[in-house]
Write a protein that binds this ligand. Sequence first.
Ligand SMILES: Cc1ncc(COP(=O)(O)O)c(C=O)c1O
Length: 404
Amino acid sequence: MSEPELELAIRAEKLDAADELAGVRSQFILDDVVYLDGNSLGALPASVPGRVEDVVRRQWGELRIRSWDESGWWTAPERIGDRIAPLVGAAAGQIVVGDSTSVNVFKALVAAVRMAGDSGSGRRDEIVVDATTFPTDGYIAESAARMTGCTLRPVTPAEVPGALGDRTAAVLLNHVDYRTGRLHDLPGLTAAVHAAGALAVWDLCHSAGALPVGLDEHGVDLALGCTYKYLNGGPGSPAYLYVRADLQSRFDSPLPGWNSHAEPFGMRPAYEPAAGALRGRVGTPDILSMLALEAALEVWDGDGVSVEAVRAKSLALTDFFLECVAAYVPSGRAESVTPVDHAERGSQVALRCADAGDVMKRLIERGVVGDFRHPDVLRFGFTPLYVGFGDVERAARVLGELLR
Ligand SMILES: Cc1ncc(COP(=O)(O)O)c(C=O)c1O
């Protein structure tokens, strides 16, 4: 090891020794690979395989249909919603789990337009969408706009305040940009949307479980997110939908499936929505995935495991990674596109780099797993529950070796 490498390796050791979340890693099934792709698919919590086995063998295999009541299958969407709620700053009774993020974007946006109604000067018929959004949100917003007779207005988050007016019905924003890792100003943008009389819909895929969101505190109207990234629910685990308590009686779902009926087993021809967040349910929940997610969320029950502790460690990890990259990577070979300012940084670092696809392939061969985003971005996600400072130093060192 060279002298700077030795110095950074010693610092990493000290930071790991002082890390109060270090012990949480043992609750995950991991090997000696440096796993920096938890912003795409979280690692496997050790409690999940046993729980899934029980759900399959005993609950399904032995209790069979009795499990809808006796194993709590029927109420799982709202029960698990209440487990996610404190992680995103929401009181109980406002979140249901189910369907994919994409489907929940659709439900939330159409319902938002329906709730927005008229302004003094006519119908609110414009949906503002983050032009830099993860593509699925943009595709679905375009379809939601066509179906509701709205115009779609794609603008960057910075341009949102200037784009708002008395025609704006709803604004769909990503809390953290999936490509650059930029954290957007949820309180400020939500307040601006409200000042224009519109509804704010937030996609929390890259923030829930990584940093405080404060849904209730900041008066967010509707929100949604996936559970397979920082919540470690597993591949394709169900997403969630937040409907603020005081909006629930007006939430008119565009997908009014029988699970959201006031009396689902009444089998009535006429639809009558259930009270509360249950209105966000659609059809039969995906029990195997949902109960795997429920087991995964138990990691958050540990002593000292809180979103605040996770955020503090996340910022320390990304700071240290940027420092190691600056020390190890030849200048000009990789440039960070992630904000330096903590107030604008999520839990990932994105480096723009020539031949990024090939570089990531070689990093993975060397035991450092991040991902590549077209056309030239190396993306590294930092999940504080299982990533340590030694991992960070090693990842940057291997990257430096490859780029020299
Ligand atoms: C911001 C954001 N929204 C949505 C999705 C994906 O949606 P879905 O869960 O429906 O595949 C992702 C996936 O990475 C994402 O990053």
